[in-house]
Design a binder for this molecule. Structure first.
Ligand code: ATP
Ligand code: MG
Length: 439
């Protein structure tokens, strides 16, 4: 076995940079082998790389026997380097092909492969996720992750240009923040610790130091249920803003959402085409319905939800059909929101909290937070939590923590929405769910 097949050979062009204008020039392309075909007088194969693909054509009369044997030995998905001359050819895809003078097999793929990344043999999602390294070579997968990449770029641009500082908070923590979702315990030397469910408490404290912060990082939730929109490890885009209330951060969120949608529509037109999705950019201002109005609409639509309960999945779906697109649900019952949520001044049964929904799925939750120590202690107790466990957090409240508000927006769910992909696992490289810990 040769250890250094690449040697000092380097790629000169990506496949789609090879155009008929380069006819006669020698180039080096590198990528994966697609179908190898033998048409009697010629052998050819498709070479694919991140940019697209190019046909490599070897007329038997013109290339040496050694090269032809090499082509015969190629297996689908092998990594190869091809040195050759560019030839304008009407019959080839894109009107251009490579006439090879040298083919280096950099890594021969073992066949049969567990999955056909060209999708000709349909595989179910579990099989695809088991062979994710091959599955991610499918053009549709690439399109999803290019869109996800664009979302990250747009979010960072948007927030940085509005004076936000990007931060990273610890993911190994001592206490829960979202009382609803369960925690993953880990052993931390002599003690028990947990994987962080949310950067909530840290980002709140940081408003007193940096004014406006955002974080894009993992959240870990021991959700036991198996749904198309829950993962055990997800990525959350979190913001927190000093001297602000719910309505202020809702505006930031709707501006951000509209910008992300329009960026993706404009910059990822090819990818959206690959996914066969016509993206509609929501119009500002997004509709705001109160929790009470949502219950009324649902009841008129034949779905009854008792006051004070979260909207169960079928109700959320129904509401999505009734309202359509992206919308806010505001004025939630305080008792179903986390302990750090500020009650409404004129009706303390309600919370200064909102959810951003899109077609019935929750994309974000946020609101005004409690900055007064006494109220926070009261609400911790109401949730059955021990204020002593939150002592280091309460310290910042005693140190003049400013009034503040913020939200958490699920990146994976946002990607589902932008790509119209129905299972969140497809929008995550290596998803973690109750049953899946590898790859
Ligand atoms: P849900 O009610 O849909 O389970 P949640 O209200 O528990 O979500 P929040 O604590 O409000 O979630 O988290 C803020 C955002 O983070 C959610 O709106 C969602 O986009 C995302 N998120 C939360 N939990 C998960 C998860 N398990 N998998 C994927 N995304 C999640
Ligand atoms: Mg929520």
């Amino acid at each position: 076995m040769k250890l250094d097949e690449l040697g000092n050979l380097r790629r000169t062009h990506l496949s789609t940079e090879v155009t008929a204008q380069l006819a006669g020039k020698e180039i080096v392309a590198m990528g994966r082998v697609g179908d190898v075909r033998d048409l009697g007088g010629i052998k050819f194969f498709i070479l694919s790389d991140i940019s697209g693909s190019i046909q490599v054509t070897a007329p038997k009369a013109k290339v040496g026997k050694k090269l032809l044997t090499k082509i015969d030995g190629l297996t689908q998905e092998s990594a190869v380097a091809v040195r050759g001359k560019v030839v304008a050819a009407k019959q080839a895809p894109r009107g251009v092909e490579i006439f090879p003078s040298e083919i280096r097999v950099l890594n021969l793929a073992s066949v049969p492969l567990p999955l056909d990344p060209r999708g000709r043999v349909k595989a179910n999602l579990d099989t695809r996720l088991d062979a994710r390294a091959l599955d991610l070579r499918r053009p549709e997968s690439l399109a999803i992750f290019k869109i996800r990449h664009q979302v990250l770029q747009s979010v960072r641009n948007h927030l940085v240009s509005r004076g936000f500082i990007e931060v990273n908070t610890p993911k190994i923590v001592a206490t829960a923040t979202e009382s609803g979702a369960a925690l993953f315990p880990i052993s931390y030397f002599e003690r028990e610790a947990f994987l962080s469910q949310s950067p909530q408490l840290y980002k709140e404290v940081l408003t007193g130091c940096f004014d406006r912060v955002f974080e894009i990082g993992p959240i870990f939730r021991a959700e036991e249920h198996d749904t198309p929109r829950h993962l055990n490890e997800a990525i959350s885009i979190d913001i927190e803003v000093a001297y602000a209330a719910a309505e202020d951060v809702m505006k930031i969120l709707e501006d951000l959402i509209v910008e992300v949608f329009s960026d993706v529509k404009r910059k990822c037109a090819e990818e959206l085409k690959t996914l066969n999705h016509k993206l509609e950019v929501p119009k500002k201002p997004l509709q705001r319905v109160t929790y009470d109005e949502a219950l009324e609409k649902l009841e008129r639509g034949g779905v009854k939800v008792p006051w004070g309960e979260d909207l169960p999945t079928p109700a959320g779906k129904k509401l999505g059909e009734l309202i359509g697109g992206a919308y806010f649900v505001v004025d939630w019952p305080l008792k179903i929101k986390p302990f750090y949520t500020m009650p409404k001044e004129d009706n303390p049964k309600l919370a200064q909290a909102f959810d951003l929904m899109h077609k019935g799925i929750e994309l974000a939750s946020g609101g005004t937070r409690v900055h007064q120590e006494a109220l926070l202690v009261k609400q911790l107790k109401q949730k059955g939590l021990n204020p002593q466990n939150f002592e280091s957090h309460l310290q910042s409240h005693r140190a003049g923590l400013p009034p503040h508000a913020g939200w958490g927006l699920g990146l994976d769910r946002l990607t589902m929405t932008l790509t119209a992909i129905e299972n969140i696992r497809e929008c995550v490289l290596f998803p973690r769910d109750r049953k899946r810990l590898t790859p």
